[in-house]
Design a protein. Structure first.
Length: 322
């Protein structure tokens, strides 16, 4: 148990340092190529920080651990929205870029709704067998292809005259910035893998079920890269990468990771209940309302505290029913 704890801490430290490299390298690339930070956040950073989720869900699908594979995706999205954005807003209020996030936030909500639809057939057709089939996986991957087409369309259509050079951030040589991004992604993946593996080992010693492990420890563990990256970006006053990283990862998790995992092996939700999917959907609705209804394109500390407390309450409920 002590060795698992030490490895858990070591993996977490590697995740934090790797997040610094990834944010700095990605921001430098964005400025040199005159690409908006939000696009970098929605693609390179989101892909890199979602690598642990990808590894865990694919391995779980291959091993027939559907609860862990699905719980990892749904739990990560809940933690990303309520936990990570809550923490970031508490650290520093997040400003939101209207011309892109206005579309990405609803798309992350759509992804959560589609996840429920493909997982729980019995809710819509009366079929008692709930499973995410290979056909469902191909549909999810098709949505992902459309999302990527849209994202790169945003990069081409954005008015570059609106992008201002931020003197507070250092510009690195192209080769060094690329190396920082690649090194950051590798460190995040390896660190996240070590952290999750040892967290699961400690949880199993305590007799916790696969569904609760997937929704909590595994989900939080694989989301540590998103947490570290978004917190670092927030501290650097880069709200675009902080928010784009989370929203992009949520879309990536459902459309790509769940799509690939279910294409490899059909996934039955099992212990992942409709309530868990509804909490995932609700978290996206809360983000939309907080951003666009209550505070006009900003997340303040009061919203941050509210979202974080909601996540703590949901986690406490999961543990209480385990």
């Amino acid at each position: 148990m002590l060795i698992n704890l030490l490895l858990f801490v070591a993996g977490l430290a590697l995740v934090v340092f790797s997040a610094h490299w990834l944010v700095d390298g990605a921001s430098s690339i964005a400025r040199r190529l005159r690409i908006p930070d939000i696009v970098i956040g929605l693609t390179i950073v989101a892909f890199g920080t979602s690598a642990p989720e990808m590894v865990v869900s694919v391995i779980s699908a291959l091993n027939g651990q559907s609860d862990v594979a699905i719980g990892n995706v749904i739990g990560s999205n809940i933690f990303n929205t309520l936990g990570i954005l809550g923490i970031c807003a508490i650290i520093y209020p997040l400003s939101i870029q209207k011309n892109t996030i206005w579309k990405e936030v609803p798309l992350s909500l759509l992804a959560a709704i589609i996840a429920l639809v493909v997982a729980y057939d019995s809710l819509f057709d009366g079929n008692g067998r709930n499973v995410i089939t290979r056909g469902d996986g191909i549909i999810l991957l098709s949505f992902f292809a459309i999302y990527m087409y849209y994202t790169f369309g945003v990069a081409k259509s954005t008015d570059m005259s609106d992008i201002k050079t931020d003197e507070k951030h250092k510009n690195y040589a192209p080769w060094l910035a690329a190396l920082m991004v690649l090194g950051g992604i590798a460190g995040l993946t390896f660190g996240g893998k070590i952290t999750v593996e040892n967290a699961v080992m400690m949880a199993r010693n305590l007799g916790v079920s696969d569904s609760v492990i997937g929704l909590t420890l595994v989900a939080i563990g694989t989301s540590l890269p998103e947490l570290a990256t978004s917190v670092v970006a927030t501290m650097k006053r880069n709200s675009d990468i902080a928010l784009g990283n989370v929203v992009g990862s949520n879309i990536f998790n459902v459309f790509f990771i769940l799509g690939v995992s279910s294409t490899i092996s059909p996934l039955a939700p099992g212990g992942i209940t409709v309530i868990d999917f509804l909490v995932c959907i609700g978290s996206s609705i809360i983000l939309f309302i907080s951003c666009f209804v209550l505070r006009s394109m900003r997340l303040y500390r009061i919203e941050g505290w509210t979202m974080l407390l909601m996540y703590v309450g949901y986690t406490a409920w999961l543990i209480s029913k385990a």
